[in-house]
Ligand binder design. Structure first.
Ligand SMILES: [Zn+2]
Ligand SMILES: [Zn+2]
Length: 281
């Protein structure tokens, strides 16, 4: 299994390897730049080389999460343009760092219907894929994360994601399931039937071949709350059973899974250990 944590790059990208060791991760998620800023410094060659070295040496599977500010659906043209440009920069950074997927939230637009927002976002993604195919090739997948449905965000229904993928029509489009988000969005993944039903629905609407990452988080809020609050594994409304079904599902043995739970390395290690102990050998 490929299991680990979202880890910090404070002090340099290669520090993510230190956190990987401390948390017992063989898969990690990182931001490749400050996630709450539009501006960025160009990646330095030596920093990128150091990162790739330690990742290779430790046999870690890295994935990246995009900056929080990005919203390709924004009603503000300036924000939409900045989002488009930063999205391309984030893909470039993944390409340089040898990271093969970039996880992002679809976005929102308070003035549009959900259908219109899906179309607007998909149109931008289609252009981003065409532009980056030409610049960097197709080695970085764009991985849509399921969302909790806070505010006017898109992506809390699997149908939104199905429609985006159908409009964009590229093999580079993948999907990340965040357990906290789907539960908050109203998908009851508790119990064996709940888990199997959800995976069947996902397969029917989107296809399990698109499923390329998991965020394993428990939820501080109850089913259908539409509120995105992560809890430690077993400390929320989902409970450990669902994580047992996921970690023992042979279809996902090569799918990176990361916790984005509250706390530091030692708390993340505890969450990861809980999941590892759910493995039936
Ligand atoms: Zn997530
Ligand atoms: Zn979240």
């Amino acid at each position: 299994m490929l299991l680990g944590a979202h880890v910090s790059i404070a002090g340099g990208l290669e520090n993510s390897c230190v956190h990987a060791v401390q948390t017992g991760s063989n898969a990690i998620q990182i931001f490749t730049k400050n996630q709450v800023r539009w501006d960025f410094k160009d990646l330095q060659e030596d920093a990128a080389a150091n990162f790739k070295n330690c990742i290779n040496k430790l046999k870690i599977t890295p994935i990246s999460h995009i900056s929080y500010l990005i919203n390709l659906g924004s009603a503000d043209e300036n924000v939409e343009r900045k989002s488009y440009n930063l999205f391309i920069e984030e893909i470039k950074r993944c390409h340089i760092l040898g990271i093969n997927q970039l996880v992002f939230h679809p976005g929102s637009n308070k003035n549009l219907t959900e259908d219109e927002a899906v179309k607007k976002i998909s149109f931008n993604l289609k252009k981003i894929i065409e532009e980056t195919n030409a610049l960097y090739g197709d080695d970085v997948s764009l991985t849509i994360e399921t969302t909790a449905g806070q505010g006017s965000t898109i992506g809390y229904k699997l149908e939104h994601i199905r429609d985006m993928i159908s409009i964009i029509n590229s093999d580079r489009m993948k999907v990340c399931i965040d357990t906290c988000h789907i539960f908050a969005a109203g998908y009851d993944i508790r119990g064996e039937d709940g888990y199997n039903n959800f995976m069947e629905t996902f397969d029917r609407l989107i296809g399990l071949n698109r499923l390329s990452a998991f965020h394993l988080n428990d939820s501080m809020k109850d089913l259908s709350s539409k509120i995105d609050r992560h809890a430690g594994i077993g400390k929320g409304f989902i409970g450990t059973d669902t994580f047992k079904f996921i970690i023992n599902d042979g279809r996902f043995g090569n799918t990176p899974m990361v916790v984005e739970t509250p706390g530091n390395d030692s708390e993340h290690k505890q969450d990861i250990d809980i999941i590892k102990n759910l493995r039936i050998l």
